[in-house]
Design a protein around this ligand. Structure first.
Ligand code: C2E
Ligand code: CA
Ligand code: CA
Ligand code: CA
Length: 282
C-alpha cells in the first residue's frame, strides 16, 4: 500500500483490485484490530556466526484485516504512532512476544531470546518501564532473554531522559539493542553513555557487501562498526543479510550475529517450531 493525497490510502489486493480507504476508516479499523484478533506476530531468527545457532527471534507484528488483507507494519505502525494507538498495540506485542517465548523455552530451546521492537512514542510513555516489568512478571521469563530494539532517533529529543530510561530497563535485567544503526542522527559520543548490549548494523550498509570489494565505503563502515563494537564489548548484529557472499564477508570481518532472508524469513509461530532444526544445520 502507498500513501496518496488527501489522506487516502490506496491498497492493492491480489493483482489488480485496487481500492481506496479513507484515513479515518483506516484508523477505526486499526482501533479494533486487537479486540478482533487481527494482529499476530511473525518471528525471524538472529543467528550466531560462531556456530550457526539461533540466539534470538525478532518479533515482527502483522495485521491481517478481513478486507484490506495483510497491512505492512511499515504502514500501520506510523499511523498507530500518530493516533496514539501504538500504546495499546505496543503493549500487546510485548506481552504476546513474552508469552510465546515462555512456551518455546519449555518446548524447543530454554536459552532462546526474543527481540521486541519499541516505537518512539511507546518509549516516551511515562509507564513504559512499568509495562516491561509487568510483561516479564506475567510471562515469568528470565529478563535476560528479552531484548528491546530501540533506535537512535528515539533519543534525539532528550538524550538524558533516554539514557535514564535505558538504565532503568537494564536494571530489570533485560538487554538493549540499537536498531537500524547508522541511519539516525545521534552522535557517536552518546554510544559510550548508552548501556547497549547489541548493535544492529542497518541493512543499507549490508546490501552491497561483496567478497571482491573490500574497499567500498559500505565495507569500510561495516568493519569500523564491528571494530567499535568489540572495543565497547557490544554484540555486532548485521541485518538484511540476503546472500551467502554477504554472510561470508561478515564472518570475515568478525561480525557476531546475523539476521536476514538468507538465514530465514519471518514466519508465524507454528512454523518456527518446524523450521527450528533447519536453522541449526544451515
Ligand atoms: P525493522 O525493525 O528494521 O525490521 C526489519 C524489517 O526488514 C522487517 O520488515 C523484516 O521482515 C525485513 N527484513 C528482514 N530480513 C530482510 C532481508 O534480508 N532483506 C530485506 N529486504 N528485508 C528484510 P517488516 O516486518 O515489514 O517490518 C518493518 C518495520 O516495521 C520494522 O523494521 C519496524 O520498524 C516496524 N515494526 C515491525 N514490527 C513492529 C512492532 O512489533 N513494533 C514496532 N514498534 N515496530 C514494528
Ligand atoms: Ca527491528
Ligand atoms: Ca532494523
Ligand atoms: Ca527499519
Amino acid at each position: 500500500a502507498k500513501e496518496k493525497g488527501r489522506g487516502e490510502w490506496e491498497f492493492f489486493k491480489g493483482e489488480m483490485n485496487e481500492f481506496k480507504v479513507e484515513r479515518l476508516t483506516m484508523e477505526s479499523f486499526l482501533r479494533h484490530a486487537i479486540s478482533k484478533d487481527e494482529l499476530s506476530l511473525y518471528f525471524q531468527p538472529q543467528i550466531s556466526l560462531d556456530d550457526g545457532k539461533v540466539i534470538a527471534l525478532e518479533a515482527l507484528v502483522r495485521w491481517n484485516h478481513p478486507r484490506l488483507g495483510i497491512v505492512s507494519p511499515g504502514l500501520f505502525i506510523p499511523l498507530a504512532e500518530e493516533t496514539g494507538l501504538i500504546g495499546h498495540i505496543g503493549r500487546w506485542v510485548l506481552n504476546e512476544a513474552c508469552r510465546q517465548l515462555k512456551k518455546w523455552h519449555e518446548t524447543i530451546n530454554s536459552e532462546l531470546s526474543i527481540s521486541v521492537n519499541v516505537s518512539g512514542r511507546q518509549f516516551q510513555k511515562l509507564d513504559f518501564v512499568y509495562e516491561v516489568k509487568e510483561a516479564l512478571q506475567r510471562s515469568k521469563i528470565d529478563p535476560r532473554f528479552l531484548h528491546l530494539e530501540l533506535t537512535e532517533s528515539m533519543m534525539v529529543e532528550n538524550v538524558q531522559y533516554g539514557i535514564n530510561i535505558m538504565r532503568e530497563l537494564k536494571e530489570l535485567g533485560i538487554k538493549i539493542s540499537i536498531d537500524d544503526f547508522g541511519t539516525g542522527y545521534s552522535s557517536l559520543s552518546y554510544l559510550k553513555d548508552f548501556p547497549i548490549d547489541i548493535l544492529k548494523i542497518d541493512q543499507s550498509f549490508i546490501r552491497n557487501l561483496s567478497k571482491s570489494d573490500h574497499n567500498s565505503t559500505d565495507a569500510a563502515i561495516v568493519r569500523a562498526i564491528i571494530t567499535m563494537c568489540k572495543g565497547l564489548s557490544v554484540t555486532a548484529l548485521a541485518e538484511g543479510v540476503e546472500t551467502k557472499q554477504q554472510l561470508l564477508v561478515l564472518k570475515d570481518y568478525g561480525c557476531d550475529h546475523v539476521q536476514g532472508f538468507f538465514i530465514g524469513k519471518p514466519v508465524c509461530a507454528a512454523e518456527v517450531e518446524n523450521l527450528f532444526h533447519t536453522y541449526h544445520t544451515k
